[in-house]
Design a protein around this ligand. Sequence first.
Ligand SMILES: CC(C)(COP(=O)(O)OP(=O)(O)OC[C@H]1O[C@@H](n2cnc3c(N)ncnc32)[C@H](O)[C@@H]1OP(=O)(O)O)[C@@H](O)C(=O)NCCC(=O)NCCS
Length: 157
Amino acid sequence: MEIRRFKSGDEGALFQVFLSAVHDIASRDYTVEQIKAWAPADFPPELWASRMRELQPFVVEVDGDIAGYADIQTNGYIDHFFVSGAYPRQGVGTQLMNRIHEQAQLIGLNELTSDVSQTAQPFFSHHGFHVVEQRLLTKRGVTLQSGLMRKDLHHGT
Ligand SMILES: CC(C)(COP(=O)(O)OP(=O)(O)OC[C@H]1O[C@@H](n2cnc3c(N)ncnc32)[C@H](O)[C@@H]1OP(=O)(O)O)[C@@H](O)C(=O)NCCC(=O)NCCS
């Protein structure tokens, strides 16, 4: 397993990971209508590509195959965090989370935050986040339950 930064050309593979994470994993907690609104298979590729170039996520590869990706923004917000349904519970998410923590320390962040799906909340809790507020997000006109989660980062003195 290898972790690296996003590079140009990854966009299509990241879209497949996103689709798989939502349709194959998160689908256990959401309705078909919610899943389609969250991750439409016909999402415009150019729009997706420019979003990925903005986010500049970390990418995990397993035997040359992209298995997951996640970003951290300069304000500590994690926007995307997805692991492919082909690599569940194999530590890919943990690898991404550890890298995000390293980066947070490097840039001196005091907290991490994210709007986390029902599906990913146990994983984020496992990594020390807590739910600040359960809230509803609207994606393409459809409402999805989500939780704003936060983690305080204590840097050694
Ligand atoms: C949540 C997600 C990122 C976890 O990725 P992963 O690579 O499977 O996670 P890891 O293998 O590193 O899991 C580490 C630990 O987190 C916890 N964990 C992970 N998934 C869990 C789940 N579904 N339920 C309960 N605990 C979970 C476990 O303690 C796990 O350790 P264990 O497997 O030894 O029990 C992945 O399942 C995913 O992409 N889900 C769907 C998409 C999604 O909702 N993304 C987040 C949007 S905000």
